[in-house]
Design a binder for this molecule. Structure first.
Ligand code: SF4
Ligand code: SF4
Length: 205
């Protein structure tokens, strides 16, 4: 409840800034979150990002309507696509600015793309394989000093956390039978902490 409230408040701020032509202020928030990710991981992706906020209900709706595809196309499984999206966003923005002195609302276009992708594929596809902001956060937050972590001694390997993770960041290892979180992919959303029957996942430990 509180987490969703935070997300929608940031979503309102995002809309306000974009509609008032102050996209640079949103990019400043993103820049600050890159610094914070060194300590607390991808909190931007989990709580601030407008794409994440709309993808959560979009995926629920898609599941309800039976729109989710069983197979993900190869192009949506690569690691290079986010860099292509980033290049296109920068190039198109610069082109329109230079030739027509116009600021294109590229973040709104990305927002729409996130919903379209999530109406067909699970959230992890956009988070891990499409979003250019995600790939930057993955890079800056991969060694976060404080992140959600599993206490291996308490973990019973039930895999409940795996099923609730929106990005596939937590996996139970076959050899140890214990869950492990890949911090680079973790959105710090806390879904796994909430469902773990052994309270084995500590937030920002
Ligand atoms: S839900 Fe908890 S106990 Fe189960 S695998 Fe995940 S961390 Fe381990
Ligand atoms: S469910 Fe857990 S492992 Fe997955 S993104 Fe959220 S906090 Fe990270």
């Amino acid at each position: 409840m509180v987490k969703n409230l935070i997300r929608w408040l940031f979503f309102g701020l995002f809309l306000f800034l974009v509609l008032n032509g102050k996209m640079f202020l949103w990019l400043a928030i993103f820049g600050l979150s890159m610094v914070l990710s060194l300590f607390w991981g991808r909190i931007y992706c989990g709580y601030i990002c407008p794409m994440n906020t709309v993808m959560i209900p979009a995926e629920k709706l898609s599941v309800k309507l039976g729109l989710q595809a069983k197979k993900v196309p190869k192009i949506l499984k690569t690691n290079w696509l986010p860099w292509v999206v980033l290049f296109l966003m920068v190039a198109v923005t610069a082109f329109f600015k230079k030739t027509m002195s116009k600021d294109l609302p590229m973040l709104m276009a990305l927002l729409i793309l996130s919903v379209v992708v999530t109406l067909r594929y699970k959230q992890y596809v956009f988070h891990n394989h499409v979003c250019p902001f995600g790939v930057l956060q993955k890079w800056s937050g991969k060694n976060a000093k404080r992140s959600h972590r599993v206490d291996a001694a308490s973990c019973i390997g039930c895999k409940i956390c795996e099923k609730t993770c929106p990005t596939g960041a937590v996996l139970v290892e076959q050899d140890t039978g214990k869950a492990v979180i890949d911090i680079a992919y973790c959105l710090q959303c806390g879904n796994c902490t909430e469902v773990c029957p052994k309270k084995a996942i500590e937030p920002w430990a």
